[in-house]
Design a protein around this ligand. Structure first.
Ligand SMILES: [Zn+2]
Length: 661
């Protein structure tokens, strides 16, 4: 993606520090192996201290000093915070909350992107930045804004734009009444003028889903305007944005279409059990956006926090987490941030260097990692994460199950189930990937789908074609329930998936958290969780699991249905990650997916490959030494040792093994 070298660096804010610090900063960065920094994404005031008065000298000088030390720059367009002069001169640009009160100035993302005065001034500053750095060889490219998606405005203009959005989506008022089912509570609309943004409390679920779609669309449109300007004025520069992993307020597939590459901000926290499951899933999801390797634009470099701060990472832990990103498809790591800010809201968001400006343990660790990254670059660049099992990701499904999670005690949320399925697969050492609508499926040995609550006809067709051609597919309870616009279907469950699954749901019931019922399997059993469904089994469908307990005792719960050259599993409950781990041991052998059951707790194994070469990353997330069995002999490219049948890792240790071990 970036040539033959991995990128390595940090977010840097020269405008936060007196110039006397800059030369030493650049020198220390060089010593730590940096070749890139990101700058500028909150520096609107520095670029334009008074309306229409621009100044680039400060950044020109900072960039020059960095480049002399071999460090290139990625510039964030500075639209994530507006200057105070704008809030004063154009008070209507400030965002509005659901009580109709304008937000006060002083926090990031406190404005309304749809206000024409904001738009005009934002596009002008983007234009000036793009034009100024278009031919500057020291600048690799641009990051649009910063972490889109964190504000939601409800001003009059937003209501108006929402109406236009619906008009484009549905065309006629009759269609929207039908799609929403507005006959309920007599909420029928005579014209689009009568539609407002939905109540935040408990909207009609179809109306609520469209608000989520609209809010996402607003950010996508705003970014798209920035990208068009950047492309026009600086056509040779790369364009990216720093996404936020499993953050779900934006339809990221659409959002990423016009970016050259995906970068994202990874803050795994510290010392949480099986933390790596969430973070590895986030890596898979981010990789899937453009089905290409990514840059970690912000990697946790110390305890994060505003008024308080998180516990510190232990020695070695920060580097291990950076290696995890590389193992999962990052071709570059940029930490957040170089030095901890001495002022402002994020005073306790710790950088590589503390407030005292003395390089200590975290700096030394980053510098060691810098040497290792440079040394291993040629072995890693060109490889991609191996993906044997694909996990479905879809934002409409996430949003619909946010509004109606169906079970008070134990929510049925698409992304919760996605995380549990991922955790189970990762604990078995399976190489996971993530897929969205319309992506290529045939290379996956198996696909697993969290509840396909909304029906998407294209997805039904794609999954059917995948299975007929020999794929193995796992479907879960509460699939095929609703239309794509969040209204229940009037047909037997699992709706459009019934034919593929070879079952019909006779009855379903949500379960309290303390329900103690089971599904009996050929070997052992799993606990029923969140919901249980009684499956009516069609001819040719094999019963694998039987409900035990209460009135569904003895009835089918889990089935397997051969379709064409492949097969479909239907799981009539939504079990815990630990129980998915058991279930996958039944499902994966038929699909010829590689997995193992002897991975010690806290050990993560991931693979990257290219034609003719493979790498195995073994990461120890535990604070104790651990031994991991290997299939044969391999060389640890990181430690330089030969490993014969096993590798021993110190607390938070990492091995990068040559070959598939
Ligand atoms: Zn607004």
């Amino acid at each position: 993606m970036f040539g033959t070298k991995m990128l390595y660096g940090a977010a840097y804010y020269p405008e936060h520090w007196e110039r006397k610090h800059w030369a030493r900063d650049a020198k220390l960065m060089k010593q730590a192996g940096f070749n890139v920094v990101r700058v500028g994404e909150f520096a609107w005031w520095n670029f334009e201290p008074r309306e229409g008065v621009f100044d680039f000298t400060w950044l020109d000088d900072a960039i020059a000093g960095l480049y002399e030390n071999g460090i290139s720059t990625i510039i964030g367009t500075p639209t994530a915070t507006i200057p105070a002069w704008m809030a004063k001169a154009y008070p209507h640009v400030m965002g509005m909350d659901d009580k109709g009160v304008r937000r006060p100035f002083g926090v990031r993302k406190d404005y309304c992107v749809l206000q024409p005065d904001f738009d005009r001034l934002a596009m002008r500053v983007v234009e000036r930045v793009a034009a100024h750095y278009a031919d500057d060889k020291r600048v690799i490219g641009f990051q649009t804004d910063n972490e889109f998606g964190s504000s939601r405005c409800r001003c009059g203009l937003c209501h108006e734009h929402f109406r236009k959005f619906l008009q484009r989506r549905y065309g006629t008022i009759d269609r929207i009444n039908k799609e929403y089912g507005t006959w309920f509570w007599g909420a029928v609309y005579n014209s689009f003028d009568e539609i407002d943004l939905p109540t935040p409390a408990c909207p009609n679920p179809s109306h609520g889903l469209d608000f989520k779609r609209f809010a996402s669309f607003v950010d996508i449109e705003h970014q798209s305007k920035q990208i068009k300007l950047l492309r026009k004025l600086a056509p040779r520069k790369l364009i990216t944005h720093n996404l936020m992993g499993l953050f779900s307020d934006i339809e990221y597939y659409e959002f990423c279409k016009d970016l050259d590459f995906v970068s994202w901000d990874s803050y795994p926290g510290n010392n949480t059990e099986n933390r790596f499951a969430d973070d590895s899933l986030a890596h898979a999801v981010m990789w899937s956006m453009k089905q290409a390797n990514v840059l970690i634009m912000e990697k946790q470099s110390g305890p994060g926090g505003w008024t308080t701060y998180a516990p510190a990472t232990a020695p070695g832990e920060q580097s291990m987490l950076a290696w995890q990103s590389i193992a999962r498809g990052a071709d570059g790591i940029s930490y957040f941030r170089w030095r901890t800010s001495i002022s402002g809201q994020e005073q306790y968001w710790h950088g590589i260097i503390n407030h005292d400006n003395v390089p200590r343990r975290r700096y030394r660790e980053v510098a060691t990692m810098g040497k290792d990254v440079a040394r291993l670059s040629s072995a890693i660049i060109g490889t991609e994460p191996v993906r044997q099992v694909g996990i479905y990701n879809n934002y409409d499904q996430i949003w619909a199950t946010e509004y109606q999670h169906q079970n008070n005690d134990d929510p049925i949320r698409f992304n919760l189930v996605m995380r549990e399925m991922a955790e189970a697969l990762l604990l078995l050492g399976v190489d996971i990937g993530s897929f969205g609508d319309g992506q290529k499926l045939k290379d996956y040995k198996a696909l697993v789908c969290p509840p396909l609550y909304l029906s998407n006809p294209k997805l039904v067709a794609d999954l059917t074609a995948y299975v007929r051609a020999g794929g193995h597919l796992v479907l879960t309870a509460r699939s095929g329930v609703k239309t794509i616009n969040n209204k229940n279907l009037m047909q037997p469950l699992p709706g459009p998936f019934a034919e593929l699954a070879g079952v019909e749901i006779d009855e379903y019931a949500v379960l309290p958290k303390d329900a103690d019922w089971k599904v009996e399997l050929p070997q052992g059993s799993i606990k029923t969780k969140r919901i249980r469904e009684h499956l009516l089994v069609k001819k040719g469908t094999e019963i694998i699991g039987i409900h035990r307990g209460d009135y569904m005792d003895g009835l089918p719960a889990i089935t397997k249905h051969k379709v064409g050259k492949g097969c479909v599993w239907y799981v009539g409950t939504l079990p815990s990650a630990a129980d998915w781990r058991l279930l996958f041991q039944l499902i994966l052998p038929g699909a010829k997916v590689d997995f193992r059951t002897d991975i010690p707790t806290g050990i993560e194994i991931a693979h990257r490959s290219a034609k003719g070469r493979q790498l195995t990353f073994v990461l120890n997330h535990a604070g104790k030494s651990q031994i991991v069995r290997l299939a044969g002999t391999a060389t640890d490219l990181l430690g330089g040792k030969k490993c014969d049948g096993r590798v021993e890792l110190p607390p938070y240790g990492v091995a990068v093994l040559n070959g598939r071990a």
